[in-house]
Design a protein around this ligand. Structure first.
Ligand code: FPP
Length: 240
């Protein structure tokens, strides 16, 4: 356990099962230090790695992160390449120490436009981490909530499903998240307070936590604050 002394700790018996995060603010973090945006993504990827390890240690079961959206291709070519390179580096590292950390890695999103190298690494990581029983990390890569729902509808029609057979459960089973419970808590750092096409179907009853902290500055203490805030909420799921 790496829980540091002096930090307010959440109730470990009542943790959210699934936490999702929009890793926002990397660019601003770097600009505020007079550094190129790509340095911010590097720092963001380090924050992601440390937070995944922390959530795994305390016993959270699922952690879903927005790494690259279907809209992020509009960014300058150099920035897109830098993010893809960071993903590659992360996967190479993950493959080598996956067994030790017991973290399962899954990917949400359309992999078609990714490089063959990245696709191979994703496949390899998926195979190697299949047996891991700790935290499941879902990396959303070329992911968009509307795109996910559109693809699900296309597949349902293609499968010849009759209108009366279409239920919420059936639609959920056609989504990338079919094996993952809905997020209990969605964290968005970086000052903005919007969903940005992230987990649109799955967030129906998620609790939201917004903070001005930029993603590269998110750490164990900031995650604890988010979890403690979640634990103070009364979830009613539309009931009373
Ligand atoms: C949003 O911040 C961040 C992204 C679009 C990229 C996130 C990617 C990483 C953290 C690195 C790779 C990921 C993994 C899982 C290893 P922004 O650039 O929009 O920040 P800004 O709002 O300050 O400009």
């Amino acid at each position: 356990m790496i829980i540091r002394k002096g930090i307010e700790k959440p109730d470990m018996e009542n943790l959210p099962v699934h936490i999702a995060a929009i890793m926002d603010g990397n660019g601003r973090w770097a600009s505020s230090k007079g550094l190129p945006r790509t340095v911010g993504h590097k720092a963001g990827s380090e924050a992601f790695r440390k937070i995944s390890e922390y959530l795994n240690e305390i016993g959270v079961k699922y952690f879903t992160v927005y790494a690259f959206s279907t809209e992020n291709w509009k960014r300058p070519k150099e920035e897109v390449s830098a993010i893809m390179k960071l993903l590659k580096e992360y996967l190479l590292e993950a493959i080598s120490d996956m067994a030790e950390k017991n973290i399962r890695l899954c990917f949400f999103g359309d992999q078609t436009p990714l490089s063959d190298e990245l696709k191979d690494l994703i496949k390899k990581t998926d195979e190697i981490s299949k047996g891991c029983t700790g935290l499941t990390v879902n990396v959303c890569l070329n992911y968009g909530g509307r795109d996910e729902i559109t693809r699900a509808v296309q597949a349902i029609v293609k499968d010849g499903v009759k209108p009366e057979e279409i239920t919420e459960k059936l639609i959920s089973s056609y989504l990338y998240s079919k094996d993952t419970p809905d997020p209990d808590l969605i964290i968005r750092p970086g000052k903005e307070q919007r969903i940005s096409n992230f987990l649109l179907w799955q967030c129906a009853y998620s609790e939201f936590y917004f903070t001005e902290t930029l993603w590269p500055d998110m750490d164990e203490e900031e995650m604890n604050k988010a979890i403690i805030s979640f634990q103070k909420r009364k979830r009613r799921f539309g009931g009373i």
